[in-house]
Write a protein that binds this ligand. Structure first.
Ligand SMILES: Cc1cc2nc3c(=O)[nH]c(=O)nc-3n(C[C@H](O)[C@H](O)[C@H](O)COP(=O)(O)O)c2cc1C
Length: 194
């Protein structure tokens, strides 16, 4: 398992982008807020570029996390597979893309319902009136937007590419837990005490 550990992690990241129920599809991804507190949330893993050691996430440019990464492009993420008793921690740098070729290509592959998320009239995290309905524009609460309607969402859409610097992979097992540290820059895999 030792030298294959890097391959194992990246292969599972890739599988998670294809399989909707894969345990690694929705990791907790952390940023650092304005006050220096860690700030975590679940994000959907959209794509993996193993060649360039990048993970891709999609976010709303109006959201707090986007501001966090604009200020401080550091990322930690935790992938967790409960039944397999497997945790992979990622340390990396956030590369933000909006209104560029990377964002346009990712937007082009986003479904109409996915695009609807970016059409909300209130920015993520804003306080809403108790009696207000959904944050979607009137008429879009219950249906998919037309291609023309969904285009407005592009102004709020951003891609976060995570340049993975390090992985920390931990397998719990009755016969002894196993933990590995993978340094991407040099492709080194070291065994660590669990
Ligand atoms: C299963 C699940 C998947 C999610 N996927 C995404 C996602 O891909 N992108 C995203 O911006 N938020 C996603 N969210 C919402 C975030 O967890 C978060 O609540 C929201 O983005 C606001 O984050 P912020 O206030 O930290 O900026 C998802 C939430 C859940 C429960």
């Amino acid at each position: 398992m030792t030298t294959d550990e890097r391959e194992l992690c990246w292969a599972e990241f890739e599988r998670a982008t294809r399989e909707r129920t894969h345990a690694f599809r929705q990791p907790v991804v952390m940023s650092v807020d304005e006050e220096g507190y860690p700030s975590g949330r679940v994000l959907t893993l959209r794509a993996v570029d193993r060649q360039n050691v990048r993970l891709r996430f999609h976010v709303d440019r109006r959201s707090p996390k986007f501001g966090h990464w604009m200020r401080q492009p550091v990322i930690a993420a935790v992938f967790y597979d409960g039944p397999a008793k497997w945790q992979v921690r990622v340390k990396g740098l956030a590369e933000l893309h909006f209104d560029d070729d990377v964002a346009r290509a990712a937007w082009g592959h986003t479904s109409p319902m996915g695009k609807r998320t970016y059409l909300t009239t209130a920015a993520p995290g804003l306080e809403l009136d108790w009696d207000s309905g959904s944050a979607y524009p009137p008429g879009l609460e219950l249906r998919r937007p037309t291609p023309e309607e969904s285009e407005a969402g592009y102004a709020n859409f951003a891609v976060v590419l995570v340049e993975v610097l390090e992985l920390d992979s931990l397998h719990l097992a009755k016969d002894g837990h196993k933990r590995f540290q993978i340094i991407e820059e040099v492709h080194s895999v070291r065994r660590l005490a669990p």
